[in-house]
Design a protein. Structure first.
Ligand SMILES: C[S@@+](CC[C@H](N)C(=O)[O-])C[C@H]1O[C@@H](n2cnc3c(N)ncnc32)[C@H](O)[C@@H]1O
Length: 260
């Protein structure tokens, strides 16, 4: 006997007409924010990208100095650094080229970089060692989970999101980092006056992100619409690719207001 399709079985078991059964199935599809916060949908794909010998050695030798293990318990940000400074979080630093340059140029902040990709972690550690930077720490884990469980509320002076994966297909929009539920989570972690700085070369994603940021009552756009380039943000390879392909850069800078 052929196996029944799951949908048919639901319908038969519930004794529902086909239309009602279809509506029920639609109701069961993930809604905006669902899945992304419980970890069943991810904003990244774990690639088995090749790690160089130098990156592997850097992690082995200097990892304990820079890498904070994902513990699932709230962090005390001040305990991570010798000098207490306001903390800026970067989500998805890639190879960390903007991370170390910003940490060097804006040394008045400490930085916590989050990335899932091992070669990027190794590359950033090489640069931190090479430039003697003491104000960067790394967590190699899903940034959404880190935000949820390790970052205390109102503890971040800033959040950087540069060239996040755009997930251009409509059916993948639920994997985007910039969506209402994640923006609300990020806003909750900023101190009053803290900033969220987002940059992409994909205009459609920029406007999608802007809609989420605009709908978050805690955040206020610092500009009429898109922001000008902040002069302290270095270009990364994604920006070079974008320019070579004739695409522009879309920047958004929002500040968290004080509770009224
Ligand atoms: C397109 S790359 C951009 C890298 C870098 N920001 C740049 O401008 O060069 C996006 C990066 O975000 C990382 N990423 C995406 N979602 C993440 C998440 N939830 N947690 C940690 N890293 C994430 C990916 O592994 C990838 O390296």
């Amino acid at each position: 006997m052929p196996r029944a399709e799951p949908e048919t079985r639901i319908s038969e078991a519930a004794g529902m007409p086909a239309e009602a059964q279809r509506t029920k199935a639609e109701d069961q599809r993930p809604k905006e924010g669902e899945g992304i916060l419980d970890g069943s949908i991810h904003t990244f794909v774990l690639r088995s990208g090749r790690i160089t010998e130098a990156q592997r050695r850097a992690i082995e030798r200097f990892g304990p100095k820079y890498i904070i293990p994902f513990t699932g318990a709230p962090l005390d940000p001040d305990s991570l650094f010798a000098d207490k400074k306001p903390l800026v979080l970067e989500i998805g630093f890639g190879m960390g080229q903007a991370t170390w340059k910003i940490a060097q140029a804006r040394a008045q902040f400490n930085y916590l970089g989050i990335e899932v990709h091992t070669p990027g972690v190794g590359r950033l550690i090489i640069d931190l060692e090479r430039h003697g930077l003491e104000n960067v720490r790394i967590i190699q884990h899903d940034a959404i989970e880190v935000l949820k469980v390790m970052i205390p509320p109102e503890s971040l002076a800033g959040i950087h999101i540069f060239y996040p994966d755009p997930w251009p297909k409509k059916r993948h929009h639920k994997r985007r980092l910039m969506q209402d539920a994640v923006v609300a989570l990020m806003a909750a972690k900023l101190v009053a006056g803290g900033y969220l700085y987002f940059v992409t070369d994909i205009e459609e994603y920029a406007s999608y992100a802007k809609a989420s940021l605009d709908s978050c009552a805690a955040l206020k756009n610092q500009y009429e619409s898109y922001a000008p380039r902040q002069e302290w943000r270095p270009e990364t390879k994604f920006e070079h690719f974008a320019k070579d392909s004739g695409r522009g850069t879309f920047e958004l800078l929002y500040i968290k207001g004080s509770p009224s």
